[in-house]
Design a protein around this ligand. Structure first.
Ligand SMILES: [Zn+2]
Length: 376
């Protein structure tokens, strides 16, 4: 994709272009914003432009330079084989010296950072003028790995461009931040997301739901709305989830937990087919967290309803379910239950047994969030 084809991130791309035109291009960037707002797409397109052998001036004022799309470098880039474009992601752990058969961890392994970035920065470009490194999920590079990176970020060789992609800026050390040029990627507006999704054939109520659920992330909205599990869609699963939730009683907990487990597996299986370079463990975790997130959103809607806020509900497409849930959950209880959902999300990251996770969550919800933590 070329820079000019990127949807809804004009501000971020404009700031990159201005610095480039003024000859002040940074060599270490931090692209910050929610998952799916276009950080990775922009990083790739920026890299492609830098590596292009025949850069095109699309616009002189304000300056906008883009890749040509046809030169040898662009074609090699599009085919996924450009030697000077180096994406760094945690799944590379399998290709580190000691990583054979290692499972992908939650955090970015230091060996990946060391062997694929720090040890490589001294190697010069093989085709063009630059080598571009794009570090995925930089928020998962822990403090000691960030410290190991500092020297490289401080003085990268002139041919080196390092882009850290980050959705949680609070996880980055001040020393890392001070060495990077920060480029913020804002949320995409509901209208723009709905416009794009309906153009793909998604119905409007569903499009609005995904836009709110993904907090203005076009990429996530597109993925979610298009995932087809074996015999359903994720949207149909979310509708059932809410229906089950608003009538949930203690005797239903085991069955519903089992249903959630199966649904998470079905979503993960569908997702796995289209997500390259992402480990099964990661996709399973993300699918489980999405189901918990749907419940969290319903509880936020309950609070909004109790305080008389009729706008901006995530589950506005299932108003009756939200009303039924609000009928049995006051605002204070909903707030407590949201806390419990957050705790469950942490358990998912800690790889606690899936069946236990959903059972505990639903138990807590049926006990109205008033009981002491069962496991804590
Ligand atoms: Zn080109």
């Amino acid at each position: 994709m070329a820079l000019s084809e990127i949807f809804c991130q004009d501000k971020a791309i404009g700031s990159l272009q201005r610095a480039y035109a003024a000859g002040r291009m940074a060599h270490a960037y931090l692209f910050e914003g929610a998952d799916g707002v276009g950080k990775r797409t922009t990083a790739r397109a920026w890299a492609k432009m830098l590596l292009c052998e025949n850069k095109q001036t699309v616009n002189a004022e304000p300056a906008f330079v883009d890749s040509c799309g046809v030169c040898h470098a662009c074609q090699t880039f599009d085919a996924g084989g450009h030697p000077d474009f180096r994406p760094i992601y945690k799944e590379l752990v399998q290709f580190t010296a000691k990583g054979k058969n290692k499972k992908t961890p939650v955090d970015m392994p230091i060996d990946v950072i060391r062997e694929f970035l720090i040890d490589k920065v001294s190697s010069r470009p093989t085709m063009g003028d630059f080598v571009v490194y794009v570090v995925d999920e930089a928020e998962k590079v822990n403090a000691s790995s960030q410290n190991a990176l500092l020297k490289v970020l401080e003085e990268p060789p002139a041919y080196c461009v390092i882009i850290l992609l980050c959705s949680r800026i609070d996880k980055m050390l001040p020393t890392t931040l001070s060495r990077c040029q920060l480029v913020r990627f804002g949320p995409v507006s509901t209208e723009q997301i709905v416009g794009r999704l309906t153009a793909e054939g998604v119905n409007e109520a569903e499009a609005v739901f995904w836009s709110h659920f993904s907090q203005g992330s076009l990429g996530s909205s597109l993925v979610w709305s298009q995932l087809q599990t074996k015999d359903s869609t994720v949207y149909a699963i979310k509708q059932q989830l809410l229906e089950k939730l608003c009538t949930l009683q203690l005797p239903d907990v085991v069955d519903m937990a089992e249903w959630m487990g199966k649904s998470a597996k079905a979503i993960a299986a569908a997702w796995g087919k289209q997500a390259e370079n992402v480990s099964t463990t990661d996709i399973t975790r993300r699918s489980q967290k999405a189901l918990v997130q749907m419940i969290t959103c319903a509880l936020h809607d309950v609070i909004k309803l109790h305080v008389g806020q009729a706008e901006g509900w995530v589950h506005a497409d299932q108003k009756q379910c939200v009303q039924a849930l609000a009928g049995r959950t006051d605002a204070e209880t909903a707030a407590r239950q949201i806390e419990q959902c957050c705790q469950i999300t942490r358990w998912i990251d800690a790889s606690v047994n899936e069946k236990l996770i959903f059972e505990q969550l639903l138990l807590k919800l049926t006990l109205n969030g008033s009981e002491a933590d069962i496991m804590a």
